[in-house]
Design a protein around this ligand. Structure first.
Ligand SMILES: Nc1ncnc2c1ncn2[C@@H]1O[C@H](COP(=O)(O)OP(=O)(O)OP(=O)(O)O)[C@@H](O)[C@H]1O
Ligand SMILES: [Mg+2]
Length: 410
């Protein structure tokens, strides 16, 4: 008994203290912002350029405000978030050096659901005032007053902005109409192209001064970026150019740098767990099978079983029909069939619609409104789709979660 325990302790100790292939694993965390963003110089410059007036001596900032609304649009995993945060951090730093009050409120809109919630949180964080129970207008009043008294500017970065209701965003963008030149509030919206086009651009484009587009990196750029990130994360002798090239190839194929970052993390962890000193092609291939960077994976884990089955039904129907959208009726039939297969009592269609509504609100499922003349708008006629993520990937992910929860999914 005793000796068994010592044996296990040894395993634990050697796992804790054995050497790791990682030099700094933190640099692979998804919110880590590196010191350099190769091949995003143009976007950094463009973005920074818009804040020049704040730094110009002649800017009569004591009386006048400065504001700008910018949209950052581009597909998944190519540095929109990283570049925007990097640039605004650097601007804030420079403003600090110059004694200019420049505040930045970054929010991923999946965690905030309404503009009021975003503004409320920003105010309580920045000015340490209680904002509970205040209306949007009251919040704005406080914000405007505070910025005026502090002679300060505030930039809101609304990341994944399409998670917010678009009329909510519209109201927020419209404050410049009321405040005019006095406004000291700037807004940066970040979103992916299909979501931008479907949910936002027509509603807000008039209020946007500049759309900064992000395009995927070419192979050489991808390689260079991944090489740089690998050097930050791994010990020098733990990974060779060959393995980095393999990762670059995978990531270039999906046009997504997050893919590479997640693979490096998973492959390095595999090497460590197996007590190997180097990351091998085998680790990389094994890691690849578990990584879906396009998908907002953490969101899926939070769904209940019924919602997951609904998502699975929509994805399967999309794949089976090979079309860009399916209607709720078709999805419901597939849902009933899946329920039967996995031994779950199907709920009524009305409940199913609620699950779908939740999936839409969370951005897991997209909706396309029917063209005029093709029936009344409303839940019955909307098309259900997946934005930017292949149906097969959603199916695989959802099935594996259901399996983990004990269902036998075929
Ligand atoms: N030029 C670059 N140099 C170094 N790292 C980069 C570069 N571009 C992207 N990355 C890294 O790739 C990952 C994905 O980037 P980011 O999170 O900014 O993508 P995104 O465009 O915001 O994607 P999504 O639409 O999914 O939110 C991050 O870890 C980021 O640090
Ligand atoms: Mg992002």
């Amino acid at each position: 008994m005793e000796s068994d325990k010592f044996l296990s302790d040894d395993i634990v100790r050697s796992a804790i203290y054995s050497t790791s292939v990682f030099k700094d694993k933190r640099t692979l965390q998804l919110n880590y912002i590196p010191n350099k963003l190769p091949h995003r110089e143009h976007q950094i410059r463009t973005l920074a350029h818009y804040f020049r007036p704040i730094f110009q001596e002649k800017h009569p900032s004591t009386n006048l405000g400065y504001n700008i609304n910018i949209a950052i649009v581009g597909p998944a995993g190519i540095g929109k978030t990283a570049t925007t945060r990097y640039t605004l951090d650097a601007i804030q730093q420079e403003a600090n050096n110059k004694g200019i009050n420049f505040y930045v409120a970054y929010r991923n809109c999946w965690t905030a659901r309404t503009v009021s919630a975003v503004v409320s949180k920003a105010i309580s964080h920045q000015f340490k005032v209680r904002t509970k129970g205040l209306t949007f207008d009251e919040l704005l009043n406080i914000l405007v007053q505070r910025l005026y008294t502090d002679n300060a500017y505030m930039v809101f970065i609304l990341d994944e902005a399409t998670a917010l209701p678009s009329d909510d965003i519209q109201t927020f963008l419209n404050i410049h109409e009321e405040l005019g030149l006095q406004s000291r509030i700037s807004i940066i919206l970040i979103s992916r192209p299909s979501e931008w086009k479907i949910k936002l651009s027509s509603a807000v484009s008039q209020r946007i001064t500049e759309v900064i587009e992000f395009h995927p990196y070419n192979f050489d750029e991808t390689y260079e970026i991944i090489d740089y990130r690998a050097r930050l994360a791994f010990r020098d002798d733990a990974i060779t150019g060959e393995e980095i090239e393999l990762i670059a190839n995978i990531s270039y194929e999906t046009q997504n740098i997050r893919h590479a970052i997640e693979i490096m993390d998973a492959a390095g962890t595999l090497a460590d767990v197996n007590q190997q000193e180097r990351v091998t092609a085998e680790h990389i291939r094994a890691a690849k099978r578990n990584v879906y960077p396009e998908l907002r994976a953490e969101m899926l884990e939070q769904l209940n079983d019924q919602e997951l089955i609904a998502a699975l039904a929509i994805a399967r129907k999309l794949l089976q029909k090979n079309t860009s959208s399916v209607n709720i009726r078709m999805a419901y039939e597939t849902y009933e069939r899946i329920c039967e297969d996995i031994n779950v009592t199907p709920r009524k269609e009305i409940s199913f619609r609620n699950y779908v509504r939740t999936l839409i609100d969370l951005g897991i499922i997209g909706q396309v409104t029917p063209k005029p003349g093709r029936g009344r708008p409303g839940m019955k006629n909307i098309g259900l789709t997946l934005f930017d993520v292949p149906a097969a990937v959603v199916i695989e992910r959802v099935e594996s979660i259901l399996q983990k929860r004990g269902y036998i999914v075929r």
